[in-house]
Design a protein around this ligand. Structure first.
Ligand code: NOJ
Length: 547
């Protein structure tokens, strides 16, 4: 089965996430840009991806890496122009690669013209109604309306504007939350969806899709009371409210104005997991991320439970599932898997290791990479969409050694001593063995790259049959050729082994243990590491084909 080209192209697509400021810098200002991406389309085509997901490229002061958008219908001048955008789309489409762009509807930046107008306008004005303003407590409103609410990046979630009013920001103070009950806000986003769809984008990744609908009571609860609310009921004041889906019904109508319909994938960290289904429904956004593998240990039983549950959920919603190990928010999986399990802490953060600047606990780089390759090869054989993050095809690890003064992520400044933030997975990727910024651009990169980057550059790995780049290229090529319907069968196996079979006889066998096991029958198509004589070594995955 070849890659899908009709309306269903997304269902089992391989989607490659580009964090544009860290991909390729054509103009030498240290920031990646759109002409840089256009110049690397051949690389993407050779890699074998079906689509690119582009993180925000809009004008932004970069208070949150571009997720603070000044203008939703333009390009950051440092990244290019609308003409550059069109040229990039043409280059991608010319290579048969679709484009999904990030859309950030929960909040704008504080530099957005609407927020500036809200600041200039009085309390109760239509300008303020586009955001979530509240009177402060105390005689003159000098106290926060909810003093102990904590934003997602640490620090307070409300900021005063100086006239007794305060605004809500679930993230950084530079990211004021929109009021989605406001008709102008709703209309403006429909306009934005059409603007980019008309320019040829094939779909949207919807940032914080579960936070748009809010219902704040007159007396705001404390943070502890908020945390105690059962999110399964769909009535939490801030997160995953049932009425958020009315918004997406309107978006779906816009998507369906196009042929093929534009697609969307929701970033919705919801709990319990069955609440994802509504974001993924065909009447809504159509697909939703599950981050379950990203949060799991390298463990056969955990993987099996996650795969089973997500395939069931996808089938129930009519969508296809999504698999993700790495993105711009988490420690890269080649590093996570080389560290001991993280206890109660969400695995994706590995805070202690980051805080120690990568010294404690000791990282087993070889093991991390071996496991990452095995996990990825299993994932690429599963039904559903595979979301890859730039650099993982090189086996790139997290950079833990960024000096404090070079850090950019707001989490670092807002949670001093607790979280160093996400810069370590956002370091510009290495293209060449040497040179300023390892081929990322003609000058230094906006985040410092470590010396070891040259060894994991595209140039170093290209043509090396054992490299991770070669593994990804082979796997993506075969995945396209072999792609089958969205069913999956489990072949009985030992406790530390997962053995799956697709309807056409394509099989993947992943050995999560450390001891070798007997290699099952079948023609070997690809393996994540060297195979023994009739043996599948530990922490290795093999693809087989049964006639
Ligand atoms: C999720 C994005 O992936 C993350 O990078 C960003 O900081 C937050 N949403 C806020 O927009």
């Amino acid at each position: 089965m070849a890659a899908q080209n009709g309306a269903d192209w997304w269902r089992q697509a391989t989607v490659y996430q580009i964090y544009p400021r860290s991909f390729a810098d054509a103009n030498g200002d240290g920031l990646g840009d759109l002409p840089g991406i256009a110049s690397r389309v051949d690389y993407l085509a050779r890699l074998g991806v079906d689509a690119v997901w582009l993180s925000p490229f809009y004008p932004s002061a970069l208070a949150d890496g571009g997720y603070d958008v000044d203008d939703y219908r333009n390009v950051d001048p440092r990244l290019g122009t609308l003409d550059d955008f069109d040229a990039m789309v043409a280059a991608l489409h010319g290579a048969g690669i679709k484009l999904i762009v990030d859309i950030v509807p929960n909040h704008s930046s504080n530099r957005h013209e609407w927020f500036q107008a809200a600041l200039a306008a009085p309390k109760g004005s239509p300008e303020r109604d586009r955001y979530v303003f509240r009177d402060g407590l105390g005689e003159h409103g000098e106290l926060s309306p909810a003093p102990d609410w904590v934003s997602a990046f640490g620090g307070p979630a409300w900021t005063a504007v100086g006239d007794g009013q305060w605004y809500l920001h679930l993230f950084a103070p530079e990211q004021p939350d929109f009021n989605w009950r406001n008709e102008e806000v709703r209309e403006d986003f429909l306009k934005t969806l059409r603007f980019w769809s008309d320019r040829g984008v094939d779909g949207f990744r919807v940032d914080v899709a579960h936070a748009l609908a809010k219902d704040l009571p007159a007396d705001l609860p404390s943070q502890a009371q908020l945390d105690a609310i059962d999110k399964a009921t769909g009535t939490h004041p801030l997160w995953d409210r049932d009425e958020v889906h009315e918004i997406y019904t309107g978006w779906r109508a816009v998507f369906d104005e196009y042929d093929p319909p534009r697609i969307a994938v929701a970033e919705a960290w919801v709990n319990p997991p069955w609440r994802r289904a509504r974001y993924a429904s065909a009447a809504g956004l159509g697909q939703a991320f599950n981050f379950d593998l990203l949060e799991a240990d390298f463990d056969a039983a955990a993987f099996k439970a996650i795969i089973t549950e997500n395939l069931e959920q996808a089938a129930a919603s009519g969508s296809s599932t999504t698999w993700v190990f790495s993105n711009h928010d988490v420690v890269r999986h080649a590093t996570r898997y080389g560290l001991p399990p993280n206890g109660d802490q969400p695995r994706k953060y590995n805070r202690a290791w980051l805080l120690s600047r990568g010294t404690e606990p000791e990282l087993d780089t070889a093991r991390g990479l071996r496991r990452a390759r095995a996990a990825t090869l299993l994932m690429l054989a599963l039904p559903g969409s595979a979301y890859l993050y730039q650099g993982e095809e090189l086996g790139l690890g997290e950079v833990a050694t960024i000096p404090d003064e070079a850090r950019q992520d707001p989490t670092f400044a807002r949670s001093p001593g607790v979280d160093v933030g996400r810069d370590g997975c956002r370091v510009p990727i290495p293209w060449t063995v040497e040179g300023p910024s390892f081929g990322f651009g003609p000058g230094p990169a906006h985040l410092p790259q470590p010396d070891w980057f040259g060894k994991v550059s595209v140039e170093a790995e290209d043509g090396d049959a054992g490299s991770t780049l070669s593994l990804y290229r082979s796997a993506l090529g075969l995945r396209r050729e072999l792609q089958a319907d969205e069913t999956l069968a489990w072949v009985p196996s030992g406790a530390e082994v997962l053995h799956v079979r697709r309807a056409n006889g394509w099989e993947a066998v992943a050995n999560f243990g450390t001891a070798p096991v007997a290699l099952p029958e079948g023609d070997v198509l690809l393996a994540s590491g060297p195979l023994g004589e009739g043996e599948l070594p530990g922490e290795t995955t093999v693809w087989l084909k049964k006639p």
